[in-house]
Ligand binder design. Sequence first.
Ligand code: COA
Length: 161
Amino acid sequence: MNIEAKTVDESRVETVHIVRPNHLNGANRLFGGILMQWIDEVAGIVAKRHSMSNVTTASVDNLTFLHGAYQNEMVVIQGKMTWVGTSSMEVCVDTYVENHLGERRRINNAHFMMVALDENDNPVRVPRLTLQTEDEHLAWAHGEERRRIRNQRKKDKLDGI
Ligand SMILES: CC(C)(COP(=O)(O)OP(=O)(O)OC[C@H]1O[C@@H](n2cnc3c(N)ncnc32)[C@H](O)[C@@H]1OP(=O)(O)O)[C@@H](O)C(=O)NCCC(=O)NCCS
């Protein structure tokens, strides 16, 4: 199927988890590695929905733990496409703790770079992103800036800096 472009809403994902005893670290908070798995899965599903292909995580930027989460709390994870290149896609993932009144407190934010792969694991072209709101245009502009910084960082890594 050859789809030229998709909107942000077409690939948006929200998942919900309850923090169980087996998700806790030694300090009785949600273990960071568990949350990273949950948010990586959300980023992967957003990227799969947009690209309609297999995807892999190329890098993660700005992964920031703002607050902890505790046993029995409800953790809501939202992922959305913010920018696309040729085969790469930037997915913004926000994580919240939601209380019984439905109020949400953001506890984590990260930007995932996902790459679409063909059946031979080679990068493959993805649909363009149709921007419909001012926020989506702003997120795209920030995504362009992050790509510039990321490219420089990758060059530095390859140069051993
Ligand atoms: C991601 C991967 C497929 C890129 O392969 P590559 O040979 O570097 O491919 P290219 O140089 O053609 O890059 C393909 C795209 O990925 C982007 N990309 C590559 N490395 C990147 C990185 N570290 N960060 C962000 N984007 C990256 C490129 O900018 C390019 O984007 P574009 O097509 O939109 O212009 C390859 O590095 C890989 O397989 N890495 C391992 C991924 C993995 O196993 N993840 C799971 C971790 S457990």
